[in-house]
Design a protein around this ligand. Structure first.
Ligand code: MF3
Ligand code: CO
Length: 248
């Protein structure tokens, strides 16, 4: 069942989402060679606390941290570690909070120090694919328009779309209907209506789309060891098109 949100509720979701955006911006500024993802995790938890927000991921299906930190070949759900990042790494950070009963959820991928042209290209194509998807968010369009926009954008440029994880509706729960795959057919799927709020999150691999979960039961990695990037925004469908709630 897809829960529609009123204008007032969307404004409450923007408050939660803005906290997420501010924390991710702080994390982006801190990320440099030598820092550990454990330090990033501590910063994210402390910043949420300062803003009276609760970290959404900690304890979710027993996830043990507040921030997902997925470097290089890790796709999503990487756990913070005390290993220092090094120049040339890429790092995806996924963060969510609950504030005033509503969730906000977003992710970014950051180059650490100086990265290869190929890593940098993967990051920009992944981010651009998210914006290509968001452009399709309008009443009267279908979810397949959003999904296929990511797939077209990415596959035309030689990258692949992870199949095993998807975006989601979001609101008073972190994961609501509908599921939002990053592949599909334009013109198909759920009709978009004002009041839907969607967490759109392309997970894009440099090589094959195949992924597996490590023995920690969380960390998702590419099967072929290739790089992976991830961007996510929480986006409301309005009469006037998309409103990106997780943007500063
Ligand atoms: N952005 C991810 C999602 O929407 C983060 C969830 S991580 C988890 O699924 F630990 F909470 F599962
Ligand atoms: Co999400």
């Amino acid at each position: 069942m897809i829960v529609l949100k009123s204008r007032r509720e969307i404004d409450r979701m923007r408050a939660a989402s803005t906290i997420v955006a501010e924390v991710l911006e702080g994390l982006r500024l801190m990320t440099r060679p030598g820092i550990t993802t454990f330090e990033l995790e501590q910063f994210a938890s402390a910043e949420a606390l300062k803003r009276n927000a609760r970290c959404a991921f900690r304890g979710y299906h027993k996830y043990p941290s507040s921030l997902c930190c997925s470097p290089n070949n890790q796709v999503v759900h990487g756990l913070p570690t005390k290993n220092p990042l090094k120049s040339g790494d890429i790092l995806s950070l996924d963060f969510g909070v609950v504030y005033d009963d509503f969730y906000g959820d977003a992710a970014i991928t950051i180059p650490v120090g100086t990265v290869s042209d190929s890593a940098s290209k993967l990051i920009s194509v992944t981010e651009e694919s998210l914006y290509a998807a968001i452009e399709k968010v309008a009443p009267g369009n279908r979810l397949g328009d959003v999904s296929s926009a990511v797939q077209m954008y990415v596959e035309c440029r030689g990258y692949s779309v992870v199949r095993d994880f998807v975006g989601h509706g979001i609101g008073r729960s972190l994961h609501e209907d509908p599921q939002i795959p990053n592949y599909g057919f334009a013109g198909k799927g759920v009709l978009l209506k004002p009041g839907m709020v969607l967490a759109i999150e392309p997970m894009i691999n440099e090589k094959s789309y195949e992924v597996k979960v490590l023995n920690d039961n969380w960390t998702v990695v590419t099967c072929d060891g290739g790089l992976s990037a991830h961007f996510e925004h929480t986006v409301a469908v309005t009469e006037n098109g998309p409103e990106i709630l997780t943007r500063l």
